[in-house]
Design a protein around this ligand. Structure first.
Ligand code: G4P
Length: 528
């Protein structure tokens, strides 16, 4: 197959949601359709249960599972589908944001009773930042949820995206009868069974089809036509370019648990979701069908076996063909690397791949040379854009508990932060080290891993800081003046970029006002 066909036949996406909306359940149903698994429950993905908030042994177990589900690949009707898994727990949100840099589109799951939730908003912000096309699955229609019009209005207002219903629900909760497909004028009847059997589909064609009346009754049918009329007045009709640009989201209603409405969404998704496209680098735009291979690392997973400190780096192929055992160029280290066992993962199995194409994600074994954001090429220097760090919200100071193990602690902290687990900031005054994260859970993970993998012991002391903002200025003197005047609140990230450690939002405002020529950034990539 030539590379253009390979590209056209690939869909790489992530399923995202606020925890508990039904992401795991939906993922599982898709895998069942693809024949990638055969029984429900075979994939409990890397969801960290609410009860396990600071149980690091549980986290360790989950880490094992999450390697296997980092990317789930299967074929469906000749299309190669790569679903990139994202952690459900909000403390791992940054991992999720980075995974979103490696997908071409997303499916957002919304709980029909809860509507837009906190994590939904944050995830959508990241999608907007990258103009990622979004499709929405409104889940749990078998439960009493919000009014469908209200829900769509909420989506539009809060997610700042035009909702475009592809299906429309008939009733909800115990009264849920099914959905009407607005695009192929068919009725999908709901059968409340947790089975994988196919759904009943009635092609109606005609508005006054007597079969419709038989199934729904006159009253429900009249309501349905009224609703549909209103839908066409209130919401945008589908335009592929608006979807591809991330302005318009096709919306489907269903119930993942009951496997209802899922297949419909999948088939529409495969039809309209875009295949791997161009990727921006600092140097130029990379097209997927270029003859030379290029790709970037967006996730690193430390090996579970602490005696062998090799890690798995996840690479998204952006252009050309990746081949096993070929020498590739690592621009940051200016060296060549060869990978003899690139892997793909599925459910609980792992296999070696000989080649991979744009859109594919492969796991590369490595003992520390690869960092998040690194690129691999056939010789060209490329820096892929859009893999930023985000302003951490919890900042703690690392305090060594065993002076004899200082070296191990330094190494451990560096390597774990290279993995993207947290961010490291070093204050030159007093050489204090701060770890910044988006959640508390990471501190337990880091502490546990420092002890078990590096033999180092540390404590994390609270600091008054609530945020770290990267600071830049075109005016060197203005920047230097701020660095001097605010030295007590300045630290440096790994790239040696200064960050301002703020104690509260008010402080940020005041400091911004007194240093008007300095720009404050909430992500480490300033031109995104
Ligand atoms: P998440 O990955 O987004 O966090 O959500 P997950 O799929 O684990 O679903 C969260 C809960 O919602 C699960 O129940 C799941 O069974 C339920 N659920 C998912 N889809 C539907 C649906 O369409 N209708 C209804 N009524 N429930 C749904 P749980 O009791 O928390 O977990 P479990 O014991 O079933 O695994």
């Amino acid at each position: 197959m030539d590379i253009n066909t390979e590209i056209k036949n690939r869909r790489t996406f992530a399923i995202i949601s606020h925890p508990d909306a039904g992401k795991t359940t939906l993922t599982e149903k898709l895998l069942l359709f693809g024949g990638a698994i055969h029984v429900a429950g075979a994939v409990k993905n890397n969801k960290i249960r609410k009860t396990a908030t600071s149980d690091f042994l549980e986290i360790e177990k989950q880490r094992g599972i999450s390697v296997a589900t980092s990317v789930m690949t299967f074929d469906y009707k000749g299309i190669k589908i790569n679903i990139l898994d994202t952690p459900g727990h909000k403390d791992f949100a940054e991992d999720t944001y980075r995974t979103l840099t490696a997908v071409d589109s997303v499916i957002l799951v919304i709980d029909s009773a809860k509507g837009v939730e906190e994590q939904t908003l944050k995830l959508m912000e990241v999608c907007r930042m990258r103009a990622t096309p979004v499709m929405i699955f409104i889940n749990k229609m078998d439960r009493d949820g919000k009014d469908s019009f209200d829900l769509l209005q909420e989506l539009e207002e809060e997610l700042k995206i035009a909702a475009c219903p592809f299906t429309w629900p008939i009733g909800k909760g115990s009264d849920f009868k099914g959905v009407y497909n607005l695009y192929n004028s068919s009725l999908l009847l709901y059968t409340p069974e947790k089975s994988e059997k196919s759904e009943i589909l009635i092609n109606t064609g005609e508005k006054d089809d007597p079969k419709l009346k038989d199934f729904l009754g006159q009253k429900t049918l009249t309501n349905l036509w009224d609703d549909i009329e209103l839908v066409s007045e209130l919401f945008e009709s589908f335009q592929e370019n608006l979807y591809n640009e991330g302005y318009l989201a096709p919306v489907f209603f269903g119930s993942a648990l009951n496997n209802f409405g899922v297949l419909e969404m999948l088939e529409t998704f495969l039809d309209i979701a875009r295949h791997p496209t161009e990727t921006e680098t600092k140097e130029r735009v990379v097209k997927p069908n270029e003859p030379h291979f290029s790709g970037f690392i967006f996730k690193i997973h430390a090996n579970l076996d602490p005696n062998h400190r090799n890690r798995i780096a996840f690479l998204r192929v952006c252009s050309g063909k990746f081949e096993r055992n070929k020498l590739y160029y690592h621009p940051r280290l200016n060296k060549n690397m060869r990978f003899s066992a690139p892997a793909t993962f599925m459910a609980n199995s792992k296999s070696t791949v000989d080649e991979a194409f744009p859109g594919d994600v492969i796991g590369l074994y490595d003992n520390g040379s690869l960092k998040i954001g690194d690129s691999l090429t056939e010789g060209e220097v490329l820096h892929f854009k859009g893999i930023p760090n985000f302003s951490p919200e919890i900042i703690k100071e690392v305090v060594n508990r065993d002076p004899l193990k200082t070296k191990q602690l330094e190494k451990g902290v560096r390597q774990l932060t290279d993995e993207g687990l947290a961010q490291l900031f070093i204050q030159q005054m007093g050489n204090r080290k701060f770890i910044g994260t988006v959640g508390e859970l990471q501190f337990d993970v880091i502490k546990y891993r420092l002890e078990h993998e590096y033999g180092a012991k540390c404590d994390f002391h609270s600091t008054p800081y609530i945020k770290a903002c990267w600071i830049t200025s075109e005016n060197k003197d203005a920047l230097n003046e701020m660095l001097r005047r605010r030295a007590g609140s300045i630290a440096y990230d790994k790239e040696n970029t200064p960050v301002f450690l703020a104690e509260n939002e008010w402080m940020i405002k005041i400091v911004k006002e007194s240093h008007p020529l300095v720009t404050f950034h909430s992500t480490s990539e300033f031109n995104v």
